[in-house]
Design a protein around this ligand. Structure first.
Ligand SMILES: C[S@@+](CC[C@H](N)C(=O)[O-])C[C@H]1O[C@@H](n2cnc3c(N)ncnc32)[C@H](O)[C@@H]1O
Length: 218
């Protein structure tokens, strides 16, 4: 069942505005089998746009290892392989087994598929990736703002951090997100290369914007 566009938006609102991370995860369990078809229907091209930023910033750089955080069903990996023609290592990490299982069946040659509920640092070696990507997962009741410094540890110095958040969020998430990024930049831990706003779902009337950020780890 793919559902009408307004049914799909209701499911998404249930996931995004769930009372807790656990409840949100239960919604993903039930939604996984329709996730790709539903999101394609409403024009979810945020992963494609983030991969365009990947392509723009990696033209002159040798990239061998990418970690996709909050990877879900593997949309970012799909665009990395098919649009960016990236052939290097992709590891994917997510809390949800159903979503990861679907990703694993896509023949995208993921090296490691890591199930982990992010609260702080990641279960990977520090500075072991050239690029960390995280699309659609920095929102309330998903990946906490406070985990940003822990997540960024996975990328080597000079590597790239490419991620998104919604421009309007509940619980002052976006404000805290931007404040923490600004403080890390003041501490010379990261440098902003780009921030641009794009439409989150292109085929729905009520437009929601997301911001795509590209930072370099210093
Ligand atoms: C909106 S989906 C985005 C998935 C994918 N990046 C995409 O663009 O389609 C958010 C994902 O974040 C995952 N997630 C939410 N909170 C998480 C946490 N604390 N740790 C790890 N994964 C989390 C969910 O399981 C879900 O797969």
């Amino acid at each position: 069942m793919s559902g009408t566009r307004s049914d799909i938006i209701k499911v998404i609102d249930g996931v995004v505005h769930a009372e807790s991370g656990e409840k949100s995860q239960k919604c993903y369990d039930n939604w996984t089998k329709n996730y790709d078809v539903n999101l394609t229907n409403i024009g979810y091209f945020l992963p494609k746009r983030a991969v365009e930023s990947f392509t723009n910033y990696t033209k002159q750089v040798n990239i061998e290892k990418v970690l996709d955080v909050g990877a879900g069903t593997g949309f970012v990996g799909q665009y990395l392989r098919k649009d960016a023609k990236y052939e290097g290592v992709i590891d994917i990490l997510d809390a949800n087994m159903e979503m990861l299982h679907l990703a694993s069946k896509k023949d995208l040659n993921f090296r490691n598929i890591i199930r982990h509920w992010i609260e702080g640092e990641l279960p990977v070696r520090d500075e072991s990736y050239d690029v960390m990507m995280c699309v659609g997962s920095f929102i309330p009741n998903h990946v906490p703002v406070t985990s940003l410094p822990g997540i960024f540890k996975c990328v080597r110095k000079g590597g790239l951090l490419i991620f998104t958040t919604r421009v309007e969020t509940t619980e002052s998430y976006k404000q805290e997100f931007d404040e923490l990024l600004a403080s890390m930049e003041r501490d010379s831990a990261i440098k902003r290369l780009e921030m641009k706003e794009v439409v989150h779902f292109e085929n729905v009337e009520k437009k929601i914007n997301s911001a795509i950020y590209v930072y370099q780890k210093l």
